[in-house]
Design a binder for this molecule. Structure first.
Ligand SMILES: N[C@@H](CCC(=O)N[C@@H](CS)C(=O)NCC(=O)O)C(=O)O
Length: 217
């Protein structure tokens, strides 16, 4: 049975991008439903799929999942051959840990620099957002140095941790945030990923605007 993934506007929906990248990168067939965010109809449109009123939502037969990290974990169990998490035990533990740190943290960065792929303009960050970037860069350097030998992603090969951090790469570019050379190279790696390019194309083609995000862009 074909999976169905409900996502928000591609220019803005950072959480939606995460499982979408996992599916797209591994060529797992899925039906995509895009819900425009920040419209009077958004809440009702999403509530057709989940009582949590948030995207992404994955429908897998009789199962409905929401919360990006839960969807990624489900996909890794459903498609073990995709190796969504690193196979090596220590790398996998670290990948899960930093993915959960992303899922539950970095509120200052997320609030001050909402994902807006079309945007390209420098923004001065608050001390809290600077601290978020410092912590994220530290994690990226650590992953690259300890586990990244087999490729250009955080744990070498593309993994769910990259899905979780890809939206941060867009924020670094959109808001022209200065980062160390290893983190800057990682941003380039994300932008060069074919699945990311497909999401980005979708974002650039979207006509609708997001009143709340664009107001502070
Ligand atoms: N913790 C959730 C966050 C989901 C979330 O906040 N999604 C936003 C879009 S990126 C949303 O659905 N917003 C719709 C709304 O608030 O009306 C996850 O990991 O999936």
């Amino acid at each position: 049975m074909t999976l169905k993934l409900i996502v928000g506007s591609k220019n803005y929906s950072s959480w939606s991008m995460r499982p979408w990248l996992a599916l797209a990168h591994h060529n797992i067939p899925f039906e995509e439903v895009v819900v425009a965010l920040d419209t009077p109809q958004t809440a009702a449109a999403i509530r057709r799929y989940t009582p949590a009123s948030k995207v992404p939502v994955l429908i897998d037969g009789e199962m409905t999942l929401w919360e990006s990290i839960a969807i990624l974990i489900h996909l890794s169990e459903r498609f073990p051959e995709a190796r969504l998490w690193p196979s090596e035990k220590k790398a996998r533990a670290q990948a899960l840990t930093i993915s959960c740190e992303m899922h539950s943290g970095f509120a200052a960065l997320r609030q001050q620099c909402p994902m807006n792929i079309k945007r390209r303009k420098k923004r001065e960050l608050s001390p809290e957002a600077v601290a978020d970037i410092r912590r994220i860069s530290e994690m990226w350097r650590d992953a690259r140095e300890r586990f990244g030998q087999g490729g250009e992603f955080l744990f070498g090969a593309f993994s769910a941790a990259d899905c979780m951090y890809a939206p941060v790469a867009t924020r670094i570019r959109s808001y022209e945030i200065d980062v160390d050379p290893i983190s800057a190279a990682y941003v380039e790696t994300i932008y060069a990923l074919p699945a990311f390019k497909r999401w980005q194309e979708g974002a650039l083609q979207e006509a609708w605007g997001h009143a709340t995000t664009d107001a502070i862009a």
